[in-house]
Design a protein around this ligand. Structure first.
Ligand SMILES: *[C@@H]1O[C@H](CO)[C@@H](O)[C@H](O)[C@H]1NC(C)=O
Ligand SMILES: *[C@@H]1O[C@H](CO)[C@@H](O)[C@H](O)[C@H]1NC(C)=O
Ligand SMILES: *[C@@H]1O[C@H](CO)[C@@H](O)[C@H](O)[C@H]1NC(C)=O
Ligand SMILES: *[C@@H]1O[C@H](CO)[C@@H](O)[C@H](O)[C@H]1NC(C)=O
Ligand SMILES: *[C@@H]1O[C@H](CO)[C@@H](O)[C@H](O)[C@H]1NC(C)=O
Ligand SMILES: *[C@@H]1O[C@H](CO)[C@@H](O)[C@H](O)[C@H]1NC(C)=O
Ligand SMILES: *[C@@H]1O[C@H](CO)[C@@H](O)[C@H](O)[C@H]1NC(C)=O
Ligand SMILES: *[C@@H]1O[C@H](CO)[C@@H](O)[C@H](O)[C@H]1NC(C)=O
Ligand SMILES: *[C@@H]1O[C@H](CO)[C@@H](O)[C@H](O)[C@H]1NC(C)=O
Length: 776
C-alpha cells in the first residue's frame, strides 16, 4: 500500500527498498515451496454427473493430480483439500489452488479445464497517508432527495472498524430479508448499518506461509483505509467530527441511510487476486446492490482476462450489480489507467474547494498563511527566526540553539532539507522554494510534517519572510496551527495530479475514465489503531483522517450509485453509470472549464483525465436520457478484440459465443483513433469513424431533444438525426455520430462534447468525444 505514492520525492528510497524486499520475499517463498497459487478457469457445464457440487468436483480433480504420495485415500483427499483455496461460482467458474508445475500440467489435461492464471497481487489506490494530505469531506455539500435507504453497498478493502461512530445504526430500519451475508465479528458488532463483514486471506497465507499480523483472521481494519472508504460511501451522521480540529463539522457518507457490507481482502502483506475473486463471488451471493473497489491489478498485461476485477466485475454486472472501481494513482502519463473494463464504472479523482491553514506571524505583525495539517496544539510565540541559505548540514543545524525557527531556502531537494532538519531535531522550520507550481505537490506531501513546519513558495510569502529577516536585527515569528479552514477556494475542483489517465490499454476503444469525484484530502472515519501521522517519531492516532487517492473518489461514486438505485431500483448498471456520466459538470467554481494543473497552459482538462467531468449527485438522479447496455452488448467488445471462445468463456460461461462483434458499445462517450502517419503528413485524405447509439427516455412524458456539439476543432462532427422526439417514458431512439478527421492527425488529443438538450431546457445529456493519435 505504501508503494502507491509514486510521485513523491520523499521516500523514493524507501519505496525502492520495499519493492526489492517484496521481490526477495516472493523469490524465497516460491523457491522453497516450489509451488504457486493458481486460479483455474473451468467449464462448469462439463461437470460429470457423479458430482453434486462444483466444489466436490474440483476437490476430486485436485486429489487426482496431487503428487503427494500418501498411505490412505483419506490422507490424500485432506491434502488436496488444504491445497484447494476457494471454489468460485458467481464471478468465474473455477477454483484456486496451490500447485506444483507438474500438477498444473496434469490438471490442464482434465476434462472441463479452460485456462489458468498465476495468483497476482493488487494495490490499494490510496497514497501513503502520513505523507499525503487528503481532500475533502464527506460533509454535506449535497443534499439528495433520498439517502440510499436499504441499498446495500459492498466494499472490498482493508476491513472495517465496527465501533466507529460512522457505523452506528441510529435511524436505520431492520436488515431486509433478502440479505444473505454474515458477520465474522462477534455478531453484536454488526448492526442495521454494518450488516455484513467477512475476511479472505487464503491467497495471502499461501504466498506468505506462517504470516503473523494483527487481525489476520478478522474483518477488523488495522490500517484505516477500509473504514475510510466505507464511511465515505455510506457513513451515518457524526457530529463534531474533525482531524485534530481541522475540518470540524458533521461527517456523513454520500448515502447515509445505505447499508454497508465489508469484504476484507487487503492486508499489510498484500492483496491477492484469489482472495479478491472469492470476496466478489460471495458479495454477489450475499445480495449486495453495489460494489465499491478501491484497488487494482496493475501488472503490465494487456489482456482483460488476467485482471481479476475485470473478470469478476463482468459477472457482477450480469447480475445487475454495478461495480464502481478506482482508476489508480499513476497520473499523469496516458494509458496508465486501471479498472477500465467496459462493464465497470471507472473513477478518477479531483480536488475539493477547501484548504487548511496555519499562520506564521512576523514580529512586525504581518501574517503569512501556509497550508498544513500539523496536529500539534501549541503555538510558538515570538521565537527568533534564523535564515539559512541551505539546510544541508545536520551538524550545523544541531549547533543552533533550541527554540528557534530555522528558515531554509535553496533549490536542492526540499525533501532532503526536510529530512535533515527533522533528524537535527530543530524546534520549528520554514522551507522556502522557488516555484509556485510546486505548491500543490509540497502541500500534499509535507502538510503532515512531523514537527512544526511551513512550506512556502517565494511567491506566496517566502519573499516577504526573507525580506523581513534581512531588514531586522532581531527577527521573530510565531507559529499557530489548526488555525483556519478556507472554504470555496478557487478554482475547484481540478483534476488531481496523481489520478491515472486514460485510455485503458486493455480495451482502448471505450473512453475511460468515466467520471471524476473528490479524492484529495477527504475527511472520513479511520481505524483508531492505524497511524495517521507522526510527531517527532511518535505515532499519532485519530478516529478521523484525511486521505487522498482515487481510492477516496470511488466510494463517493458508489454512494451516488446507491442514491440512484434507491430512486430507480430497476435500472441496470449501465443505466446507473450513464446517469452519473451524462449529468457531470465540466465547469469549476469559477465557471471556467475544469483544469488539469499538470498541463499548465492548457485551458481545459480532457476526458482522458476526468471522463465526462465532476460528479453532480442530484442531477444524476434525473438524467432525462440513459445509454443502456446488456450483457450481450458488452460481450461483443472482447469478441471484436478477437478473443478466442476459450478467452470469452473466462468472462461468461460456456453458453456464450461470439455471434456478433463490435467495438461500438452503446456507451455515453466516444473515442476515435486517428494515427499520425508521419510519412504522409501532406496527404489531404480523411477518414471517418461512425458510432451508433440508442438512448432511452427516462423522463416522464414526451420530450424533444436537439443535438449540440462543442469543441472538436479540426474534426468534422455529424449527428444524424439532429433531433430526437420521445412520446413516452422508456421509449428508445437511435442516432449516428460520425467523426471525419485527417488520415494523419498531428494533435495528440482533440476533444469536445455532444449534448442532447431538451426543448424545455430541463435536461442536458452530455457525452465526451475524444479524437487522438495516441495509439495503444
Ligand atoms: C467537539 O470536539 C472537540 C474536540 O474533539 C471537543 O473539544 C468539543 O468539546 C466537542 N464539542 C461537542 C459539542 O461535542
Ligand atoms: C558540516 O559542517 C561541519 C562543520 O560544522 C563540517 O565539519 C562538515 O564537514 C560539514 N558536513 C558536510 C557534509 O558538509
Ligand atoms: C540551483 O540553482 C542553480 C543556479 O540557479 C542551478 O545552476 C542549479 O541547476 C539548480 N539546482 C537544482 C537542483 O535545481
Ligand atoms: C526564481 O526562479 C526564477 C526562474 O528560475 C529566477 O529568475 C528568480 O530569480 C528566482 N527567484 C529567487 C528569489 O530565487
Ligand atoms: C480482429 O481480426 C480481424 C480479422 O482478422 C481484423 O480485421 C481486426 O483488425 C482484428 N481486430 C483487432 C482489434 O485485433
Ligand atoms: C450461463 O449463462 C446463461 C445466460 O446467462 C445462464 O442461463 C446459464 O444458467 C449459465 N450457466 C451456468 C453454468 O452458469
Ligand atoms: C517512413 O518512411 C521511412 C522510409 O520510407 C520508414 O523507414 C519509416 O519507418 C516510415 N515511418 C513511419 C512512421 O511510417
Ligand atoms: C501514403 O499514403 C498513400 C495513400 O493512402 C499510401 O498508398 C502509401 O502507402 C502511404 N505511404 C506511406 C509511406 O505510408
Ligand atoms: C490539399 O488541399 C489543399 C487545399 O484544399 C490543396 O491546395 C492541395 O493541393 C491538396 N494537396 C494534395 C496533395 O492533394
Amino acid at each position: 500500500m505504501s508503494l502507491t505514492s509514486k510521485s513523491s520525492n520523499m521516500g523514493i528510497l524507501e519505496i525502492i527498498t520495499s519493492i526489492l524486499l517484496l521481490n526477495v520475499l516472493f523469490l524465497i517463498s516460491f523457491t522453497l515451496a516450489n509451488s504457486n497459487t493458481y486460479i483455474i478457469h473451468m467449464d462448469s457445464s462439463a461437470m460429470p454427473k457423479a458430482f453434486s457440487t462444483h466444489h466436490s468436483w474440483y476437490s476430486s480433480l485436485l486429489s487426482s493430480v496431487s503428487e503427494t504420495t500418501s498411505e490412505t485415500e483419506d490422507d490424500s483427499s485432506s491434502l488436496a483439500t488444504c491445497k484447494h483455496l476457494y471454489t468460485y461460482t458467481n464471478t468465474i467458474n473455477g477454483f484456486s489452488a496451490i500447485l506444483t508445475l507438474s500438477e498444473l500440467e496434469s490438471l490442464k489435461n482434465s476434462f472441463g479445464y479452460i485456462s489458468h492464471t498465476r495468483d497476482a497481487s493488487l494495490k490499494l489506490h490510496t497514497t501513503h497517508t502520513s505523507q499525503f494530505l487528503g481532500l475533502t469531506s464527506v460533509s454535506g455539500a449535497w443534499t439528495a432527495p433520498n439517502q440510499g435507504e436499504d441499498v446495500i453497498i459492498g466494499l472490498l478493502d482493508t476491513g472495517i472498524w465496527p465501533e466507529s461512530e460512522s457505523f452506528s445504526d441510529e435511524g436505520m430500519t431492520k436488515v431486509p430479508q433478502r440479505w444473505k451475508g454474515i458477520c465474522q465479528f462477534n455478531s453484536f458488532l454488526c448492526n442495521n448499518k454494518l450488516i455484513g463483514a467477512r475476511f479472505y486471506n487464503k491467497g495471502l497465507i499461501a504466498d506468505n506461509p506462517g504470516v503473523k499480523i494483527p487481525f489476520l483472521n478478522s474483518p477488523r481494519d488495522s490500517n484505516g483505509h477500509g473504514t475510510h472508504t466505507s464511511s465515505t460511501a455510506a457513513g451515518n451522521y457524526v457530529k463534531n467530527a474533525s482531524y485534530f480540529g481541522y475540518a470540524l463539522g458533521t461527517a456523513k457518507g454520500m448515502a447515509p441511510r445505505a447499508r454497508i457490507a465489508m469484504y476484507k481482502v487487503s492486508y499489510k502483506y498484500g492483496t491477492y487476486a484469489s482472495d479478491v475473486i472469492a470476496a466478489m463471488d460471495q458479495a454477489i451471493a450475499d445480495g449486495v446492490d453495489i460494489l465499491s473497489v478501491s484497488l487494482g491489478y496493475d501488472a503490465d498485461e494487456r489482456l482483460l482476462e488476467e485482471d481479476p476485477i475485470a473478470i469478476a466485475g463482468f459477472r457482477a454486472m450480469e447480475k445487475g450489480v454495478p461495480v464502481v472501481a478506482s482508476a489508480g494513482n499513476d497520473g499523469t502519463i496516458y494509458y496508465r489507467l486501471l479498472n477500465g473494463a467496459p462493464w465497470l464504472l471507472t473513477v478518477a479523482a479531483g480536488t475539493l474547494d477547501r484548504q487548511f491553514y496555519g499562520v506564521l506571524t512576523l514580529g512586525d505583525g504581518v501574517e503569512i498563511n501556509f497550508q498544513t495539517l500539523y496536529p500539534g496544539k501549541y503555538s510558538l510565540n515570538q521565537m527568533p527566526l534564523v535564515y539559512n541559505e541551505k539546510c544541508d548540514n545536520e551538524t550545523e543545524l544541531r549547533k543552533l540553539m533550541k527554540n528557534k525557527i530555522i528558515v531554509c531556502k535553496d533549490n536542492f531537494s526540499l525533501s532532503d532539507q526536510y529530512k535533515i532538519a527533522e533528524s537535527a531535531k530543530v524546534s520549528a522550520a520554514v522551507f522556502i522554494f522557488n516555484d509556485s507550481s510546486w505548491s500543490e505537490f509540497s502541500t500534499r506531501y509535507y502538510s503532515r510534517s512531523s514537527f512544526p513546519a511551513a512550506f512556502l513558495s517565494i511567491q506566496d510569502g517566502g519573499d516577504t519572510l526573507i525580506n523581513y529577516i534581512k531588514k531586522n536585527s532581531d527577527p521573530r515569528g510565531s507559529f499557530q496551527f489548526q488555525k483556519t479552514t478556507k472554504l470555496g477556494t478557487k478554482p475547484a475542483p481540478h483534476v488531481a495530479d496523481y489520478s491515472s489517465r486514460g485510455p485503458y490499454l486493455r480495451c482502448p476503444s471505450i473512453l475511460k475514465p468515466d467520471i471524476m469525484a473528490p479524492g484529495t484530502q477527504v475527511l472520513a472515519s479511520w481505524s483508531p489503531i492505524g497511524e495517521v501521522t507522526t510527531i517527532r517519531s511518535r505515532s499519532v492516532y485519530s478516529n478521523f483522517n484525511f486521505n487522498s487517492g482515487t481510492s477516496m473518489a470511488t466510494p463517493h461514486v458508489a454512494g451516488v450509485a446507491a442514491l440512484i438505485k434507491k430512486a430507480h431500483p430497476d435500472w441496470s448498471p449501465a443505466a446507473i453509470r450513464s446517469a452519473i456520466m451524462t449529468t457531470a459538470s465540466v465547469l469549476d467554481n469559477t465557471n471556467s472549464p475544469i483544469k488539469d494543473p499538470s498541463m499548465p497552459g492548457i485551458p481545459a482538462a480532457s476526458p482522458l483525465d476526468m471522463g465526462t467531468g465532476h460528479i453532480s449527485p442530484i442531477k444524476a438522479l434525473d438524467p432525462g436520457l440513459v445509454y443502456d447496455a446488456t450483457t450481450q452488448d458488452y460481450i461483443k467488445v472482447p469478441c471484436a478484440m478477437n478473443y478466442t471462445s476459450r478467452q470469452i468463456r473466462i468472462f461468461t460461461n460456456s453458453s456464450y459465443s461470439c455471434k456478433s462483434r463490435s467495438l461500438d458499445l452503446n456507451y455515453p462517450s466516444f473515442i476515435a483513433f486517428f494515427p499520425d502517419d508521419q510519412n504522409n503528413s501532406t496527404s489531404n485524405q480523411t477518414v471517418v469513424h461512425v458510432f451508433q447509439r440508442t438512448v432511452t427516455n427516462v423522463a416522464k412524458g414526451g420530450m424533444a431533444y436537439t443535438a449540440k456539439v462543442t469543441g472538436m476543432d479540426g474534426i468534422k462532427v455529424k449527428v444524424e438525426p439532429q433531433k430526437l422526439i420521445f412520446k413516452q417514458i422508456y421509449e428508445k431512439q437511435s442516432y449516428k455520430l460520425s467523426l471525419e478527421g485527417p488520415k494523419s492527425l498531428k494533435k495528440d488529443i482533440i476533444f469536445g462534447y455532444l449534448s442532447w438538450v431538451d426543448d424545455g431546457g430541463k435536461y442536458l445529456v452530455r457525452s465526451p468525444i475524444v479524437a487522438t493519435n495516441m495509439m495503444p
